[in-house]
Design a protein around this ligand. Structure first.
Ligand SMILES: Nc1ncnc2c1ncn2[C@@H]1O[C@H](COP(=O)(O)OP(=O)(O)OP(=O)(O)O)[C@@H](O)[C@H]1O
Ligand SMILES: [Mg+2]
Length: 377
């Protein structure tokens, strides 16, 4: 828990609030003469608010969350109630579909009908948004045509000429989810300027470099979220049902200790050392490898479909901090892997540089939210 610069006044300050399943993160930023200044940041685990251990993923009711958020704001010396909140990807739908290249008005009729196939509840219960993904062929000079037909495809298409297709990104959030977040805001007196699906916040805070294909891997407690972004647009999102909590559970089983003790050992030892005569690496590596093999598969599928190779993989989420994970990620994924460094986007005192570098991946979502909130102030 960091608690800094409590002396700052609230003028022009905003917060980004990321309510994760195992921990809630907040960051407070201020804009001054065009610079973005870090005022304070902090994090609190959700587990203890549901009589569970630190690091465990739990579902808290809005009133329990409100209690936690009030505690967090106090501990982190938050001095403003204006900001933005992230909506978890698991409460949203983010999908790209291929549709015929029709005029906008026709698409407006067709896309909601198509979206129904992916949305397990009546369409009236969700807020739906969509946009046509810009045709990358127009932007890429000298690149091969994506979706170039293979020999067998060609035979098919000669029989039945195919209409040109475009890709559409569909975004849906259940109205109940929005109500829940509004309720949390009400209970904490938070003036939420907007709610944003965490994926978009993470992109804003993490990505740098060219507009080539990038992957963000968010290692949360219960799940790992993989998103492919190309030319600045989300092209694919995929959730792996394994997360950093599974590593803790494996330690608890292997060493016959409680979850809380295992969590402690995980953060300190990770995959790299022995505990007594037990080599934790042997037990834990398969879990991490499982996750990154699936990341790799998603990348390969994307590459096959679009003929675009991934330039860089950014790791975010608390799970990315597991000692030893980085090397395993590097050896299991074909593209260069880096930790996201979202604090690079803010001005902070030099003495914090190392700690901010180390905890950066955990705060990617909250920082991304706060950066947008500052723009909209
Ligand atoms: N220093 C650390 N070393 C190893 N693991 C860590 C460290 N800090 C946090 N973790 C692990 O990170 C996980 C939590 O990550 P994070 O806070 O990103 O998840 P979350 O946002 O709560 O989850 P989600 O986004 O899936 O809702 C926990 O399993 C925790 O044990
Ligand atoms: Mg998270």
């Amino acid at each position: 828990m960091a608690s800094l610069f409590g002396l700052f006044k609230k003028q022009n300050s905003i917060i980004g609030l990321d309510i994760g399943s195992s921990s809630v993160k907040v960051i407070q930023l201020r804009k001054e003469k065009g610079r973005v200044i870090l005022e304070t940041y902090g994090e609190l685990s959700t587990g203890p608010y549901a009589s569970k251990a630190v690091g465990q993923a739990v579902t808290l009711a809005p009133d329990q969350l409100a209690l936690l958020i009030k505690d967090l704001f106090k501990e982190a010396n938050i001095t403003t109630k204006v900001g933005a909140m992230a909506i978890p990807l698991r409460s949203s739908l983010l999908v790209t579909i291929d549709v015929p290249d029709l005029p906008e008005a026709k698409l407006a009729q067709m896309v909601p009908l198509e979206a129904r196939k992916y949305i397990p509840v009546p369409i009236s219960e969700v807020i739906l948004d969509w946009s046509v993904i810009p045709d990358m062929r127009e932007e890429l000079i000298g690149a091969e045509e994506p979706n170039a037909p293979t020999v067998t495809d060609k035979a098919e298409s000669e029989k039945m000429p195919k209409m040109k297709e475009v890709e559409v990104l569909i975004v849906a959030i259940h109205k109940d989810t929005i109500k829940q977040y509004e309720e949390i805001a009400r209970l904490t007196n938070l003036e939420a300027k907007f709610l944003e699906i965490e994926t978009f916040s993470a992109m804003r805070a993490s990505l740098y470099g060219s507009r080539g294909a990038m992957v963000i891997v968010d290692l949360g407690a219960a799940t790992t979220k993989v998103v492919i972004i190309d030319q600045g647009t989300v092209r694919l999102s995929h959730t792996i049902n394994k997360g950093a909590q599974d590593v803790t559970l494996a330690i608890a089983r292997s060493l016959n200790v409680s979850f809380a003790k295992a969590e402690e050992i995980k953060r300190k030892v990770g995959l790299v050392e022995k505990v007594g005569d037990k080599d934790l690496g042997e037990t834990l590596s398969p879990i991490v490898e499982y996750i990154f093999n699936e990341v790799s598969q998603v990348m390969v599928e994307y590459q096959k479909k679009h003929n675009r190779s991934v330039e860089k993989v950014f790791l975010i989420g608390g799970g990315a901090l597991l000692p030893g994970l980085f090397d395993l990620a590097k050896s299991n994924v074909y593209a260069p892997v880096v930790f996201a460094t979202p604090f690079d986007r803010v001005d902070a005192p030099a003495f914090l540089e190392n700690i901010l570098q180390a905890v950066g991946p955990e705060f990617a979502v909250s920082i991304g939210l706060a950066l947008r909130a500052l723009e909209e102030l």
